[in-house]
Design a protein around this ligand. Structure first.
Ligand code: TNX
Length: 516
């Protein structure tokens, strides 16, 4: 009886405190510090947004207004210099925390005030605020926000996810929808895997057959697709509006069968030479629609290969404001070591020529000497250590934790399982700076969750694998280890249902979470 009483008190306390306790708000990622003051700000139809005049801050205010109108059916106007019942978004140059993305959010009974030194910080702050404002109003037409102060900044400045649009093509609308949710959970990097054996997905004006031929099909043999340069620019701009950087990847020298079908002189894989050099009336019939890896390579010893790479890197870099170009470099099993090393060096020179910082999958660590390059760890710890010894930064994407294409368990409808089965708790419970011995926070640029698409071809299928795990990776990247706790997280995650439903995101309803 005593036990039941204690449990009952516990439950009633949580229930009651929920509306007035900022420190138990359902925020993901969990902020650095929350001080609750147990009062209420009543947001209603008279609330206005006021920004500090700076045009970029005004854009953040408009973004918030747009989202509140769309998700909460609230019409909150921008009205400069309002004093009461106001959401202030203020630029404060002297704002003391360490990152551009840092912010302070203060809720009192009269106002909500956001302070940040940059619009990026203000943008992250309004995601927190969106999570604090209930979707539905109470019977008085109010939405109650608990008072207190949040002080927040990211543990890592790079928090990303990758979409493989090569194995199966996903139209730009799917990418926009993914960006919407990434931004809501404060992710800031979208990596697009734009080419692979099965397809080439971005228009290159100087090599039109890459897409005309190489974009024609996908895994399974259905119609493929590609982004025109205008589509890609739309994605880049949409991401930028959400303070998300796009990283384009052209995977080379392996994973290049589709490009070699389009332009056979690029091919360096002995086995394929006969097939690809054979003139056929319709080269598209030669495309590969299976899911094997490691059988293709560019010819690393032909100058024309580098003329091609130069054009590709140049055209894509011109469309990409972000500082990175990802050259892949993984699983080049039919490239000799000498050829691979030579190729990575040459591509590195080209990437630098176009003022981009090179990223490669962890295999490039053996070769690349540029300490400014970035290595994306997915598989081999030794490669991560080599990168560290060369002074390179590392992106942590351990396949056993961060791979969104791994099945949850044996019953999963989609996914692979070569690295592991990854249930929702396993993908959440890890710490980037402790994952590989000897690799500490200063060596790590950040965290990324790749979603490979061999087994998924529709939006719902993409969402089944990505959600809810990508939400947990967002917290792993943003929140410090001391603040992360599975038992606490699973409650906050359960409470994401209203948002996910409203977004029409078909998440995998893992039994480990008591979804509300
Ligand atoms: C390994 S991870 C790959 C991809 C596959 C993925 C499937 C990496 C750099 N290469 O080509 O799609 O496994 O899980």
């Amino acid at each position: 009886i005593l036990l039941i009483a204690i449990v009952a008190i516990g439950i009633s306390c949580t229930k009651e405190s929920e509306s007035t306790d900022l420190s138990s708000a359902n925020l993901i990622p969990i902020p650095l510090k929350i001080e609750a003051t147990a009062k209420e700000f009543k947001l209603n139809s008279n609330t206005v947004i006021s920004t500090s005049g700076d045009i970029d801050f005004k854009k953040v205010g408009e973004f918030l207004s747009e989202k509140l109108s769309h998700h909460n059916s609230l019409d909150i106007k921008i009205e400069e210099s309002a004093k009461k019942n106001v959401i202030n978004i203020i630029k404060d140059e002297n704002y003391g925390l360490t990152s551009n993305e840092s912010y302070e959010l203060i809720v009192d009974e009269n106002a909500i005030t956001i302070k940040a030194s940059s619009d990026e910080g203000a943008f992250r702050a309004i995601q927190t605020l969106r999570q604090l404002i209930p979707i539905e109003a109470n019977p008085n037409g109010e939405r109650i926000v608990s008072t207190g102060k949040i002080l927040d900044e990211p543990n890592y400045g790079y928090r990303g996810s990758m979409l493989d649009v090569a194995r199966h093509f996903f139209p730009k609308e799917d990418v926009f929808k993914y960006i919407d949710a990434m931004a809501y959970y404060k992710m800031n990097v979208l990596h697009l895997h734009l080419s692979d054996d099965q397809g080439w997905r971005i228009e290159i004006k100087s090599w039109p057959d890459l897409t005309a031929v190489g974009g024609h099909t996908q895994v399974g043999g259905e119609a493929g697709g590609f982004y025109t340069q205008e589509d890609y620019t739309e994605i880049v701009n949409y991401a930028a509006k959400h303070h998300i950087t796009v990283i384009p990847e052209i995977d080379m020298p392996g994973h290049t069968y589709a490009a070699s079908v389009a332009y056979p002189h690029l091919n360096g894989a002995k086995k394929s030479i006969e097939v690809l050099d054979n003139p056929t009336p319709d080269r598209r019939t030669l495309l590969y629609t299976g899911i094997e890896v490691g059988f293709s390579t560019f010819d690393a010893r032909k100058e024309t290969t580098y003329e091609f790479v130069d054009d590709v890197v140049r055209e894509i870099s011109e469309l990409t404001p972000g500082p990175y170009f990802h050259m892949g470099g993984d699983e080049s099993h039919v490239t000799s070591d000498e050829d691979y090393d030579y190729f990575v060096e040459r591509v590195g020179e080209i990437v630098r020529k176009y003022d981009k910082r090179m990223i490669g999958w962890d295999e490039v660590a053996r070769v690349d000497k540029d300490p400014n390059s970035v290595v994306q760890f997915w598989d081999k710890e030794d490669n991560a250590k080599m990168a560290k010894d060369k002074g390179m930064k590392i992106i942590m994407s351990p396949a056993k934790k961060a791979y969104l294409d791994m099945k949850y368990d044996t019953l999963s409808k989609f996914g692979l399982h070569w690295a592991a089965y990854i249930p929702v708790d396993v993908s959440y419970k890890w710490t980037p700076e402790k994952y590989v011995e000897g690799i500490s926070k200063e060596n790590i640029l950040g965290v990324e969750a790749p979603l490979w698409s061999e087994t998924i071809s529709k939006t719902e299928e993409l969402e089944y694998l990505a959600y809810p795990r990508v939400i947990g990776i967002a917290e792993v990247g943003w929140s410090i280890e001391e603040n992360r706790d599975w038992d606490n997280y699973r409650v906050r995650l359960a409470n994401q249902t209203p948002y996910l439903n409203q977004m029409n995101i078909k998440y995998y309803p893992s039994k480990l979470v008591d979804w509300v």
